[in-house]
Ligand binder design. Sequence first.
Ligand code: PGA
Length: 237
Amino acid sequence: MKKIIASNFKTNHTRSSTKEFINLIDQYLIDNQIDNEVFVFPTATSLDTFDLKENFTVGAQNAYPVTSGSFTGEIGTQQLDEFNIKTILIGHSERRHVLGESQSEIATKYAYFKEQGYTIIYCIGEPLEVKEQGLEQTLEYVWEQFDGIDLSYENLILAYEPVWAIGTGVTATTEDISNVHNAIKQKIEKPLLYGGSVKPSNLEEILTIDNVDGSLIGTASWDVESFKQMIKITNNI
Ligand code: PGA
């Protein structure tokens, strides 16, 4: 299977710089005949209709599990449908730990978007205090993040992102990644990305670990040249 690469913009880029970024990446994929699956998750205000190469998808970082209604500050599928967005990130550690989404809210969101046929990139990962307790505790924590989640869903991609490695510059070691990825893959046969301080200098090493099917990248993906470089590395594996 070809490796997958995804960029999570988080709270970065404007509507116009997003458009420029996406068009430059599209052109890069065409010029270099790259057919790995590539995803970009811009801010909600930067969603738009883009005419892209078939392996390049724009998704939503978040949405509320409704079509429309009275949920101040949220968007639903009515707003996503306007731009044909059919891909969403669910369970990202910042939504869990900074915005306070509970596992049951996440499971409700997952069930809703599954019902609507969305491709879901579902994120899991343990905080530092759990990692420090060892692999067994880490896996136990990760299994709980699958509570209420239908893992047989056909359009599911998983992303393991240890919280302590996200946006910190601290990357998990090959052994850390390998231990968790092997354990997840033994139970769940879905594409499994790794995320957490992935950058051009460590991507190749990470992608060659067994059971790593691609990467979900924040910080190092916001610069278009850096993202292109990582697409190239991904394509060469
Ligand atoms: P990072 O973020 O690459 O900045 O560590 C990864 C993520 O949150 O998906």
